[in-house]
Design a protein around this ligand. Structure first.
Ligand code: 9MR
Length: 368
């Protein structure tokens, strides 16, 4: 049996804030004037938490959770302000593309480690927990795998070589692996892929076992989008996870990507996270962003701040939620406008590297 749980010995039940009934009492005359002045002073303090309360990573560490970001290799190496924010604000990191199959093994047996190694070095220098992303995925998969015409045994060997080599190389340095990514469709049916079509659903258990063998210390996850709320797709994960655990397959957690549209945090996100936690699994928000139809106005940016805050609060409310990772740092590098034309501004920092309401939403949730 793998050790379960995230190993954090934190008590989330800290002291509750004193009720503010005194400020709500009616007052008259001088007392009222004094009260108004005091309230104004308090309101100013409450609105300026950014600099006063420290970085996201400091706040997250105090709460025993992780705040991560997806980091693009080009930006890490070529944009000093991006690299500075990555280290200053985030205590966890995911390589945005550098650890995907096409980046690491573009042809059979030819591994390119450059970007992945630099990402790992940067994460080590910045003291960040690494989420390895991703071992088995139908996308960003080179054609020698997808069109290879492999028999089931051959494909299992190919998968084993990839997982063994990649997870083996970074064994002991990766806290979490997204072992299989995006394996279900929205209606909860299996997504067709070379892996599913050749090996059937057993490819998931195989991949988890291979990853466990290569790096017994990493927490092993299944990861997908649109599984934040309770719906047919998250139900499919729930059923699969339960069945894998019953079979003793090494599965530690479920990653909820959380690519949201502004104003649409699922109302039952917390309940959904909790049902996976109740199975004995960890959960994590692995790719948070909140896209806005452009141009974004102030009201929409404020709404986005509420959404970021709500997602972090959901994670904090579920003891087995290990943290929240945002899918990028600054708006200008996000994948969103390429895939959803007309949408943008999905991240916590704007194009001038200034914190947005989304940043303050995370900060306020973490500050409790
Ligand atoms: O952000 C990634 C982008 O740079 C790539 O072009 C894209 C290719 O599919 O993948 C993006 O990241 C995806 C992640 O790996 C898996 N979940 C969805 C993410 C956004 O598409």
């Amino acid at each position: 049996m793998r050790p379960r749980g995230n190993g954090r010995a934190t008590d989330r039940g800290g002291p509750r804030r004193a009720p503010r009934t005194a400020l709500r009492r009616r007052r008259t005359g001088a007392a009222a004037a004094l009260s108004i002045a005091l309230s104004a002073a308090l309101a100013v303090t409450a609105q300026a938490p950014a600099q006063a309360q420290g970085t996201l990573r400091d706040l997250a560490e105090a709460r025993g959770v992780e705040i991560g970001a997806a980091l693009g290799a080009d930006h890490l190496s070529g944009d000093p302000e991006f690299a500075r924010l990555a280290g200053a604000e985030f205590n966890a990191a995911t390589a945005e593309n550098a650890m995907k199959w096409d980046a690491l093994q573009p042809s059979r047996g030819q591994f390119n480690w450059g970007n992945a190694d630099s990402f790992m070095a940067s994460a080590r220098a910045d003291g960040q927990a690494v989420r390895g992303h991703t071992l088995v995925w139908h996308s960003q998969l080179p054609s020698w795998v997808s069109d290879g015409g492999f028999s089931p045994d051959q494909l299992r060997t190919v998968m084993g070589e990839h997982i063994g080599t990649v997870a083996g190389r970074y064994a002991g340095q990766v806290a979490y692996w997204d072992v299989a990514n995006e394996i279900f469709l929205e209606d909860g049916s299996w997504r067709g892929s070379v892996f599913y079509d050749t090996l059937g659903e057993g490819f998931v258990a195989d991949a988890l076992r291979m990853a466990d063998q290569a790096d017994p210390n990493a927490k092993l996850y299944l990861n997908d989008y649109n599984i934040e709320g309770i719906n047919p797709k998250s139900d499919a994960y729930y059923d699969l996870a339960r069945s894998l655990l019953e079979q003793g397959v090494p599965l530690d957690g479920i990653g909820m990507q959380t690519h949201l549209i502004n104003g649409q945090v699922p109302h039952d996100m917390r309940q959904n996270m909790q049902r996976f936690a109740d199975l004995g699994l960890d959960v994590a928000v692995t790719e948070l962003d909140v896209r806005i139809q452009m141009p974004a106005d102030q009201g929409e940016l404020q709404q986005q701040g509420q959404d970021y805050r709500a997602v972090m609060e959901n994670c904090l409310a579920v003891d087995r939620c290990v943290g929240v990772t945002v899918w990028g740092i600054v708006d200008q590098y996000s994948w969103v406008p390429d895939v959803f034309p007309g949408y943008g501004a999905p991240l916590p920092f704007n194009e001038q590297y200034r914190p947005k309401p989304a940043y303050y939403g995370l900060q306020q949730a973490l500050a409790g």
